[in-house]
Design a protein around this ligand. Structure first.
Ligand code: SAM
Length: 270
């Protein structure tokens, strides 16, 4: 496990993920019923962008820094939360900020040092449980949740060439156990072929109601670069695709290079 999110926190792909994740969580919270947020690959939860790993790579300067400077009204909800939270928030900190008293967050992280930091960061936070464990195994352990409503964020590091295959296998196992969950999978777009294969696996397995929200910073021509990223959503909450579009277009206008694109594509029917 070489990947450490601290080097990449705040980069364009992190921002795309979080801006849309906030919308998904808010959309699910339109119903009063309690829900579980399961963050399978949680990272440490909070990041100091001004020193250490984040400062070393400076990736956040091409991501959150530009977004905060642009003040685009379509991103106001996202940027207000980032500013309110102070230290740059990862997905567990964002979820925690939005949890209602009846909601729960289960955050899993496998890297021992990062899991310890995650635990320290959320010690004593009501409604939050931290587990040092494999996120894929956590899908089997925590689903279906007693609340019967769940937002499941799966955000692996993609440092192994077989991550898409592992992800698809575990996603299908989780879906078989809990068909009504809202599953959100972040994926990199270096080139199109592995992403298409991932979609096809879900199509062949008859997973219903799947969409993909994508931002390509530049055309996906050089497979050695992170050209874009997407969020695959199974069972998207009502209206999510429509609210995601202006967010994606705002991100594109701030972060896009020549040839950039953004949009929402339906992968399987409801
Ligand atoms: C992309 S980062 C997560 C970022 C976080 N979701 C956020 O948005 O702030 C991926 C994390 O997964 C962790 N990880 C890698 N393999 C894992 C596994 N099998 N189970 C749980 N966590 C894992 C890595 O240590 C890393 O912290």
């Amino acid at each position: 496990m070489n990947y450490r999110h601290a080097f990449h926190a705040g980069n364009f792909a992190d921002c795309v993920k979080h801006a849309l994740f906030i919308q998904l969580l808010r959309a699910m919270q339109r119903k009063d019923k309690p829900l579980l947020v399961l963050d399978t690959h949680a990272g440490i939860g909070r990041y100091d962008l001004s020193s250490g790993p984040a400062e070393k790579t400076g990736e956040w300067r091409e991501g959150i820094s530009k977004i905060l400077a642009a003040r685009d009204p379509a991103l106001a909800d996202y940027t207000a939360l980032i500013e309110q939270l102070g230290l740059y928030p990862g997905s567990p900190a964002i979820a925690t900020a939005l949890l209602r008293p009846t909601d729960r967050l289960v955050a899993c992280e496998l890297h021992p040092e990062d899991a310890a930091a995650l635990r320290r960061n959320f010690q004593g936070t009501p409604g939050v449980a931290v587990h040092e464990r494999d996120g894929y195994e956590a899908l089997r352990a925590f689903l279906p949740p007693p609340e019967k409503r769940g937002l499941i964020l799966i955000d692996p590091p993609f440092e192994r060439p077989d991550e898409f295959a592992t992800l698809a296998k575990n996603l299908l196992t989780a879906y078989a156990k809990f068909k009504t969950g809202v599953y959100v999978v972040w994926y990199p777009i270096k080139h199109r072929a592995p992403v298409r294969a991932f979609f096809e696996t879900l199509q062949l397995a008859n997973v219903r109601d799947v969409i993909a929200a994508e931002f390509l910073r530049r055309p996906a021509l050089d497979p050695a670069r992170l050209n874009g990223c997407g969020l695959l959503v199974i069972n998207p909450p009502y209206g999510f695709a429509e609210t995601a579009l202006p967010v994606l277009h705002a991100l594109e206008s701030i972060l896009g290079e020549p040839g950039s694109t953004a949009g929402v594509e339906r992968i399987t029917d409801e």
